[in-house]
Ligand binder design. Sequence first.
Ligand code: AMP
Length: 174
Amino acid sequence: MGDIDLEALVRNIPDFPKPGIQFKDITTLLCHGPAFRQVIDTLVERYGGRQLDTIVGIESRGFIFGAPLAYEFGIGFVPVRKPGKLPAETYQIEYALEYGTNSLEIHCDALKQGARVLIIDDLLATGGTVAATAALVEQAGGVVEEIAFVIELSFLGARQKLEQYPVYSMIQYD
Ligand code: AMP
């Protein structure tokens, strides 16, 4: 959908934030109005016919794509955030990184029991972040209908980790 070459608008930054990592910088896509609109329109087209109750966005770039979608569908947006940011009672999950661990939180009362959830983030790398988010959604009573990304680093093989969920991505790097 749309004729703008989105991949051409993603900027590759070598060795950021550390040597050996090629960072996919989406700010160059976001500041191109028609391209940003094409990303959102593509998601609207894909999910418009689905029975979704809530969009869950992962801090912080997942918020950029999740919020306009929730607005368009007239359904709720729920943020999954880094520790210490959400003010009410939370469920928390810790997950492994290459070196060390990270944590994420969701408000305990953010989802209705059985809520059909679409999880959104900007980029799928190893899949650790989104697997932890899916576990949080389930702990909070939600059902993960699908997980959507703008970019997927397919060569990292994260889909194996996410076998039990449908996964969609707009741009793949093999
Ligand atoms: P992961 O848990 O490995 O799937 O990492 C996903 C999270 O880290 C996402 O929120 C991405 O925004 C960020 N991330 C990981 N690798 C990259 C990369 N090469 N370029 C840009 N963002 C990345």
